[in-house]
Every structure is written in C-alpha cells, then in structure tokens.
Design a binder for this molecule. Structure first.
Ligand SMILES: [Zn+2]
Length: 256
C-alpha cells in the first residue's frame, strides 16, 4: 500500500476506537460520571460488555442492535458516532498524509463532533471538551504547519471575548441568559484552532445556521437553540473551506 492509503487506514481504525470513547464521554461527562470506571456496560441491565461485544460498529451489527443479555435496543448513536469519527480520522490523514496538520484537524473535528453530540442530547457543553480542547488547540499550534502559537492565543482570546460580549448584551436586552458559559468556553477552543479570521467566520456561520435551521423550531416550541451544534458545524465548515470563503469575500465584496 502506498503511504497515504496506509496512513488513512491506520488513522481510520484509531478513529473508530476514539469514536467509541467519544460515545462514552458524551453520555457520562454531562452527568459528571467517570469515563474510566465502571467499564462499558449496558445502560439498561448493567451487564458488563465482553470485548467482543464492544468492537466499534461491528458489534452493533453482530448483535443486531440489541443487548446480548436483556435484548434492549442499543442507541443508533453508538455505531453512527464510531463510524463518523473513523471517517474524520481516515479522511484527514488521507488528505494531509501522515502529518501534524492531519493530527491537528482530526483532533479538532473530533472535539467539535463530541460537543455536537452532548449539546444535542443534554444541552450541555462539558468543560472536558471546551477547556480540554482549548489546551489541545494551543498545544497543536506548536506542530509544524497551521497556526503560529501567537495566532492561536489571539484567536482564543477573541473567541472568548466576543461571545462574552454577546452574552452580556443578550442578558442586558432580554433580562435572562441568552447564551451559556459553555458556548463562550467552546468559542475560545475554536479560536485556538482557527485563529482570528476563522473564529469570526465561525461565529457568523454558527449564528446564520442556528437561526435558519433552528430558529423556526425554537419559535414554535420555545426550545432553546443548542448553539453548540451550530458553532460546531460553522467551525467544521471554516476548517475545511474557511480560506476559500474569506478569499471570495475579500475579492468580490470588499473590492467591488
Ligand atoms: Zn442489557
């Protein structure tokens, strides 16, 4: 096998395992439970899972989506999240080859995906993802390629400051918390990975997607907008195509 294919296959396998761990994190961190103990068990009958019932994606299909001992349906989130994380890791190492940028991008998209999973289910963005991710993002700036350490620090500061200002303005205007502290910490993490231009584009895309996609639902049902999901989507789009979008904006809008 040539090097990129080999790197992609190995990274994809690692991604499947990380996806399995990401599921555990997304169910336990919002409830302040340890992700190490107890070991993987059925949430319904508490039966510990033997290793062969805990293989990413495969076990779900071998078990036909049901617990071996109590036959309760297993959430589709397990195989889907494992597969998605596997695709993220395989895709980035395929695209960038065995490199620092592949690792940086795969870590970033995995954290964003974990945040989207927890925010969708619990309306919570665990500090482990946001603050833990902030530390990873700052550390990743020392990998070759990508941002400089200064750009990462400035991006984190801007992301944090801007969302803090929006939250304060929202509180003043609506007399209640319009934005959670989780979103603010998450935006610091995103800024550390994307720098100042990327952080600005993420906030713009997140607000746009949030109001277009969830605005009508929120209006009808009174449900809060899980803004973390839309910031995640905005940040993923910015990571992939931000340079093109900003370049297009500068050349067609600003230079008209
Ligand atoms: Zn069970």
């Amino acid at each position: 096998m040539s090097e990129p294919i080999y790197a992609a296959v190995m990274a994809g396998m690692l991604g499947l395992l990380l996806g399995s761990f990401l599921n555990v994190c997304s169910f336990r961190w919002p409830n302040d439970e340890s992700v190490v103990s107890p070991r993987s068990h059925c949430p319904s009958c508490d039966q510990m899972l033997p290793w062969y019932d805990n293989i990413p994606v495969l076990s779900y299909f071998i078990l036909r989506g049901r617990c071996r001992s109590c036959r309760t349906t297993i959430s589709m989130q397990y195989p889907l999240a494992e597969l998605t994380t596997g695709v993220i890791w395989a895709g980035l190492f395929w695209y960038h080859g065995l490199s620092g940028e592949a690792l940086r991008g795969a870590l970033f998209l995995t954290i964003l995906f974990g945040i989207a999973l927890t925010d969708a289910r619990y309306y919570i963005i665990p500090d482990e993802f946001s603050l833990g991710g902030l530390v990873l993002g700052l550390a990743a700036a020392f990998l070759p390629g990508g941002l400089t350490a200064l750009e990462a620090v400035l991006g984190a500061a801007l992301g944090f400051g801007l969302l803090m200002a929006v939250a304060q303005a929202g509180k003043w205007a609506f007399k209640k918390d319009a934005m959670g502290g989780g979103d603010i910490k998450m935006m610091a993490m995103i800024g550390a990975f994307l720098g100042i231009p990327g952080a600005l584009l993420t906030i713009f895309l997140g607000a746009l997607l949030g109001s277009v996609v969830f605005g009508p639902i929120s209006w009808k049902t009174g449900k809060l907008v899980p803004f973390g999901i839309f910031l995640s989507a905005g940040a993923a789009i910015t990571y992939g195509w931000g340079g093109d979008i900003i370049g297009w904006y500068v050349s067609t809008i600003l230079e008209m």
